[in-house]
Design a protein around this ligand. Sequence first.
Ligand code: ZN
Length: 326
Amino acid sequence: MTVDVNRRAVLGAAALASASLALPQIMVRAASAAVPIADAQNSGFNRFKFGEFQVTTILDGLRPGDGPHPIFGQNQSAEAVAELMEANLLPTNKFVNSFTPILVNTGSELILFDTGLGAGARENGMGQLASRMAASGYKPEDVTVVVISHMHGDHIGGLMENGAPAFANARYVMGQAEYDFWTAPERMSGPTVGGAKAVAANVKPLAEKTTFVGDGGEVVSGLGAMLAAGHTPGHLIFTVESGGKTLVLTADTANHYVASLQRPDWHVQFDADKDMAAATRRKVFDMIATDRLPFIGYHMPFPAVGYVEKLETGYRYVPETYQLDL
Ligand SMILES: [Zn+2]
């Protein structure tokens, strides 16, 4: 009995000793768990010098959703799209779309290409163009030219803020064919009605301050427009030329860095004319691959700057790393 008590006391003391030995570790763990989780987000802009110009890409937001099939590979089986995603280490039933407007400072003009989703998307974390532009050192009032590649909501949504132009001092450059398509009276019914209403609200009020261009048009010296139709009837892409170098702004020519580039012929739900969009993708990315040009794609993964390597089936997206900083 006494022995038992003693043993119990000894065991108890040992347990206490081991508990107190363990205590400092427990305290260390508790202390590290008590550090509040930081909630600051990435500042959302990326910047490089291009010849005499400065280029800033700005993340308007990210939109996770189901897919990529059938949005991408609409005319393919779900299995075929899943196989391509798996081969590229991507999930097969979810994808994240990103939206990346571009600022080009030429030294005399501050030119904004596309305006993000605007105030309507802000509660879901998008529509961040203005706040992230501020983080990059520019105010909306600093923008002298706003260029619109095409008139889908994720490109024109940020043109207006509280019913007034968001870029108060800017003039505009837009595609004539695109404007004519969306403002034709027959678009106000059927599948185009949502888009036509958005154009009526956000684009039409700016028409008097707009220069309408087509293939071969010029935004300013060194900045040219090319018609790249298919995604929409008047979809424009742009070349930025400075210091003997060329950068291509491909807008929505390819909208998923794997599905659209590795399989350019796959149909995409967002493309108005699917075959024309596929032919345009091949033409534009053949040029970019052959000439080894850097490009910025509005829906490429942020910071959305890259190159393409030609593959047998299409193109491989190669993100820009330090090439443009040297
Ligand atoms: Zn888009």
